[in-house]
Design a protein around this ligand. Structure first.
Ligand SMILES: NC(=O)c1ccc[n+]([C@@H]2O[C@H](COP(=O)([O-])OP(=O)(O)OC[C@H]3O[C@@H](n4cnc5c(N)ncnc54)[C@H](OP(=O)(O)O)[C@@H]3O)[C@@H](O)[C@H]2O)c1
Length: 443
């Protein structure tokens, strides 16, 4: 590993193909014999630092269409939080089901799960049949893993019955020194970014792109008004940028003056601090309060001069969904990709059908959508939102911050990269965008 890293740091990428790949590497894992470790504890008390381990694991043999990547940096996504607290289910169930598919997928069914769904790094080996990528290529990876043997996925690969999220529903994820991906997950690393910056947009950028911009999601257009929950968080910080970049008006919902300030720095003008407003959409565990939906709707109209949102960008789920359905404009769209606060949503259907609103489910993104989202980063139109960076050994702490909602934007993780700031190939372009690139830094 040391030789591979030295070659990358010395910019001798052509040499990588000739270097030995070690048969073991370090990766962040959860253990199958610990899935009950948090039994009985409330969600917020489940501590990822206890369940995420830095282990030495075996390097997998590559199959057709696969690639092994030396991971310079990765990032924390909420799915790693879910894996680490074994909620809503243990991810070992995913690995077992995947393992039953074929002798190749059996490699994923192990008593440990190497997690992580983002990476920036260098290809070190490719499996049989890979034409488009070669050892030495500097890459980022999106996290859609598909088999594509069924016709169902051939219009939109997210529809493949064997669609999985790499590093969550498959093994050998990105929070490690090496990662195994399918070659159709690879995309060029944006040249003006450091490893940790390049590793951070992947999952959330692609998800927000499909959810908000793509015709498979809400199909946002110029002039739309978009209500964005968690607008300074992982998904929200990209949704806010897409809205601004695409000629729409974001209404950013956040929970502190600091987060409101970040949204202002991104260029948003209409901001709601949900903590300061004190919304209580639920009177108790079972009863919602429509007066509170109306209060949110009035605040939105006050900010927009009377417009209701064309699109509501949803992911908090149970706590906010009733309000989201209520405040969307007549004919508007509520597009949802998650249920952080609970997956049993309750809303008043009269507001939906009488006002011809639509609810759209959205999940990650296909290769094309991920590619387009990555292209926007590579062109300097959308920027990374890294606030803090941790070494691989402190991944548990990084995941805890995301779990506790103490972070801003994205939390990065250095894997092989010995320090921050490395990997920039286009310093001139970087200089043009430095302020935007560093907007979330140190927050
Ligand atoms: N389906 C997919 O493909 C996909 C992809 C990415 C993420 N996800 C899921 O989407 C969710 C968000 O991911 P993320 O990376 O954006 O996480 P994140 O960085 O933690 O951001 C989420 C934001 O949502 C807001 N929020 C949290 N709980 C809330 C509540 N009860 N009511 C209102 N706002 C709330 C918070 O912002 P404020 O406190 O500032 O309001 C928080 O910063 C997670 O559940 C994740 O698993 C799904």
């Amino acid at each position: 590993m040391k030789e591979i890293l030295e070659a990358i740091l010395a910019d001798e990428l052509d040499a990588v193909a000739g270097l030995d790949v070690p048969d073991h590497y370090q990766g962040i894992t959860v253990h199958e014999d610990e899935v009950e470790m948090f039994a009985g504890l409330p969600t917020r008390e489940k501590d990822p630092r206890k369940s995420l381990h830095l282990d030495e694991v075996r390097t997998p043999e590559l199959g057709p269409g696969e690639a092994l990547v030396a991971v310079m940096a990765s990032a924390i996504n909420y799915n790693t939080v879910w894996t680490s607290i074994f909620e809503p289910v243990s991810t070992f169930g995913f690995l077992k089901r995947y393992g039953r598919l074929s002798s190749l997928t059996k490699r994923h069914d192990l008593p440990y799960h190497v997690v992580g769904s983002d990476l920036a790094g260098v290809v070190v080996r490719t499996g049989p049949g890979v034409q488009a990528w070669k050892p030495g290529d500097e890459v980022v990876a999106h996290c859609l893993s598909v088999e594509l043997e069924s016709p169902d996925g051939h219009n939109d690969t997210m529809m493949d019955p064997e669609q999985r999220i790499w590093g969550f529903e498959t093994n050998f994820g990105g929070l490690a020194e090496l990662a195994m991906v399918k070659s159709n997950q690879l995309m060029p690393k944006p040249k003006h970014l450091t490893w940790e910056e390049a590793a951070s947009p992947g999952l959330v950028n692609s998800t927000a792109y499909r959810q908000l911009v793509s015709r498979n999601g809400a199909g946002m257009k110029q002039g739309d008004t978009v209500l964005i929950w968690g607008a300074s968080g992982g998904l929200g910080s990209y949704a806010t940028q897409f809205a601004l970049n695409g000629g729409a008006t974001p209404i950013c919902v956040v929970s502190s003056p600091e987060k409101a300030e970040i949204c202002r720095k991104m260029g948003a003008e209409l901001i709601i601090d949900r903590a300061a407003e004190g919304y209580r959409f639920w009177k108790d565990e079972n009863t919602q309060d429509p007066k509170e939906w109306k209060r949110l709707g009035s605040r939105i109209r006050e900010l927009t001069g009377g417009d209701d949102p064309d699109i509501v960008f949803e992911h908090p789920g149970r706590e906010t969904f009733g309000a989201s359905v209520y405040v969307a404009r007549k004919g508007g769209t509520i597009v949802t990709c998650a249920s952080t606060s609970g997956y049993e949503h309750v809303y008043d259907n009269r507001y939906l059908w009488m006002n011809l609103k639509r609810i759209i489910g959205s999940h990650f993104a296909n290769y094309r959508e991920s590619w387009e989202a990555n292209k926007l980063v590579a062109k300097g139109k959308i920027h990374p939102t890294v606030s803090r960076v941790y070494p691989l050994a402190e991944t548990g702490q990084a995941a805890l911050e995301v779990h506790s909602n103490l972070h801003q934007g994205k939390v990065g993780v250095l894997c092989l990269a010995p320090e921050e700031g490395l990997g920039v190939r286009d310093p001139e372009m970087r200089a043009q965008h430095l302020t935007e690139i560093n907007r979330f830094r140190g927050l």
